[in-house]
Every structure is written in structure tokens, then in C-alpha cells.
Design a protein around this ligand. Sequence first.
Ligand SMILES: Nc1nc2c(c(=O)[nH]1)N[C@H]1C(S)=C(S)[C@@H](COP(=O)(O)OP(=O)(O)OC[C@H]3O[C@@H](n4cnc5c(N)ncnc54)[C@H](O)[C@@H]3O)O[C@H]1N2
Ligand code: MOO
Length: 428
Amino acid sequence: MSAGRRLLDDCFLHDRDRMRHSEVLALISERLSPIVPTELVPLREAAGRILAEQIAAPRDVPFSDNSAVDGYAFAYADYFKRNTLGIRTRIAAGDLAPVEIGKGEAARIFTGAAMPTGADTVAMQEDCELSEDGSTVTVPKGLKPGANRRRAGEDVAQGSIAIEPCVRLRAQDLAAIASFGFDQVPVYRRLRIAVLSTGNELVEPGSADPFQPGLVFDSNRTMLAALAETLPIEITDLGILKDDASLIARTIEDAAGKHDVILSTGGASRGEEDHVVTTLDSLGKRHLWQIAVKPGRPMVVGQIPTDQGDCVFFGLPGNPVAVLVCFLLYVRPALTILGGGQALEPVRYQLPAAFHIARKKTDRREFLRGWLAIGPDGITRIEKFPRDGSGLITGLRQATGLIELDEAVNEVREGDRVAFIPFNEFGL
Ligand SMILES: Nc1nc2c(c(=O)[nH]1)N[C@H]1C(S)=C(S)[C@@H](COP(=O)(O)OP(=O)(O)OC[C@H]3O[C@@H](n4cnc5c(N)ncnc54)[C@H](O)[C@@H]3O)O[C@H]1N2
Ligand code: MOO
């Protein structure tokens, strides 16, 4: 009996010449550099923007020694000799007049108030005993020299570089910049990105009533618009384009002159209705097409020269799971670098698998959808969404991260350690 002709039931059989995950990342980090100018923005509008210049402290923070508590300030040397001190003066936070205390004296002081000259130590008021007439204070033994005193410059010393360029400004970074007294901050301008979908089957959510077989609501642009919120970028929505080569070429050529990056989904593979790669070839240069990664194999990356400079082009596959995975793994670091930032590798956790995969193809890297669960034995394991189809948005929703199986893996047994990358590593 003849075995018959074997059909290819896996679109990844020919992975050998495809660019590997690590090569795609190397290409992104080696070839891309910031393409946006810098600008000064008000501090209050700088959250999430990428810092363009280092920020050094123009003066000590805090500016002067001050008290960490409400209490009594004195010289430790006096207190060491006798623990009842005469109250000389009162200093509240914000009092600007310089104050001095003498030997055997204490100052009534409040949290944040500048330390008087002559004092180096503060006792908390709860620990002290005030005389009936309020003229002296008795401080219990046991305080250390310099207790409850915050030193000038203990947070940041004058002239030291507090924030390096290329960081994405977080709330705590902005607090530091505010503590230096700056009300503006130099940042990279937001990347301008055009987003489009291709596909005759696609219709806008809210349209196509009655809905018909063969139609698909466009979910990719909604997902990409939300992903854009996690980066300092500005999106122009170019909508849905029919699978029409000249329409796609005209739209992309026009958008390239006005944007730093174009991001398309769909039409990236080899079918006659897929025009994205041929369009990129006709307008610019292709850097990669086809990656040894699942999902996301047909991803294409290139650049389109324009009078205004080069526009970087990402053509993602149409399947929503491939869109999210490719965006997080490749587009996001690329946008970060193009926008002036540093693309950091996401943290991976090596944990035992709670699932079994009998056969995985080697020579390609796979990213599956999963989440962490603590078993009755108290051990955290990785669970996998049971179905792997690239069209299943449900798996993306149930997951809290990506399971990464590298090229060498050909089987996963329960208990094998595998890598898990939480979505929050990508700002999601
Ligand atoms: N003969 C082969 N066919 C396919 C292969 C292959 O190797 N040989 N690869 C498969 C893989 S893997 C992927 S991924 C897809 C990607 O192809 P395209 O990038 O050309 O994407 P489309 O064909 O346009 O769409 C794929 C799928 O996704 C749906 N889609 C597209 N855009 C959207 C959108 N904006 N919102 C929601 N859903 C969208 C579309 O309807 C298709 O179902 O090719 C495989 N085929
Ligand atoms: O890899 Mo396709 O990219 O299965 O969705």
C-alpha cells in the first residue's frame, strides 16, 4: 500500500532560513537609533516621555539639615552631659530666619524645619518630658548622635547626576526633577505612527448591519491603539485598506512622508491577496521578512526613504495573537529605541510547567499564552491556554503573560522549567 503524497499540514515546516528571534532583536538594537528631535515640555506633561538629557541636581536635596520629627533639637555633646535642656526657641517648617542655640539649650522643632546652628540631634516629642512652665525639656537617655536629623544632600548631592538620559520618566523620576526645582524637562518628541489594517474581509466594529459570512470586524487597530497608550507615541489611524495593491502603495507612500513609523496588519504573507511585502519592496528596502517564530512568522520590517527622512515599516501578520506577540517582542523595543529610549529585555521567570507538549518543532521559537497558578503544594507553576490558534483573542485575555519555548525545545513535560514573561514587563 502506498503511503500517498504527504501534504504540508504545518505552515512552519520551512523555518530554516528565517530570521531567528535573537537575530531580529539584534537587528533592531544594532540598526535602529533615535529618529525624533528633542523638545522641552512642562514637568506635569512629562510622565511616560523619554528623557533626552541627563539631569543633575543644581543644589543639595534637601537643601539644609532638617528635622525628621516633631520634637526638640540640641547638640548631642550637651545632652550627653545633662539630659535636661533649656528651651531657647521655636522653629517650624518654612521658618526662614537663621536660628542659633547655645550650650545647654534646645529648640522646639517640627518635621521639615531647618536645624538650628549648634544642634545636631533631635528627640521625638513623645519621648520627652516638658517642665510645667514649658521652659525646659528632659530627654531620655539612649539617643544616638545625629538621631532624627536629615542631612543636607542626603537624597541627592549638588552636582550629582540623578537621572540618566533615555529613561522613560516615571512618577518617581518626575518627583526627583521637581525636587530639584525644574518645571520643564527635555524629552524626545513622541514618535508619529500610522496604523492601518489590510483585508477585504475587514469591517469597522459598529458597521456592517446585517453582518454576513466572510466578514470580520477589525480588532487589530483597536488593540494597537490601546498598545500605543503604553508608549510615548502619537497614532494616526489610516483605517482599513482593501486588498488592492495600488491603493495600499499610494496610502503607504503618502503616510511615509508624514510619519516616523508605519504599522500595518494583515496581507504580510505570500498569497495573491497579500500586497504588503511587494509594496514595501517597491517603495523602499526590506530588512527582514519571515521569522522563525510562532506566532508571527510572516512579519516584515523595512524602511521607506522620503524627503523628510526614512520611515520605518512594520508589516505584522493579520492574526490578532501574532499582532500582540510581534508588537510586544519586536515593535515595542524598536519604537522605544526610535523614540530615544533604551529597550530592556523583559524579565523571564523560569518555572515548572503545569502542561505537557508532546511535540514541538525545533528551529523555531514559540510564544504561547499562559498564566501562573499556585498549586496545593505551594509551588508556582505555569499554566497554558489549551488552544494555540493565532486567531483566539480569548487566550490573550485569559493569559497574564507569554510562555517562551526556545528553538532547541522539542517536548515539554509537566514539571520541566520553562520561561514565562509577564505582560506587565511590556507595560500591559
Ligand atoms: N499557505 C499558507 N497560508 C498561510 C501561511 C503559510 O505559511 N502558508 N501562514 C499563516 C500564518 S502563520 C499567518 S500569521 C497568516 C498571516 O497572513 P497575513 O499576514 O497575510 O494575514 P491575513 O491573511 O491578511 O490575515 C490572517 C487572519 O487574520 C485575520 N485578520 C486580518 N486582519 C485582521 C484585523 N485587523 N482584525 C481581526 N482579524 C484580522 C484575517 O481575517 C485572517 O483570518 O497567514 C497564514 N496562512
Ligand atoms: O504565526 Mo501566524 O503568525 O500563526 O499567526
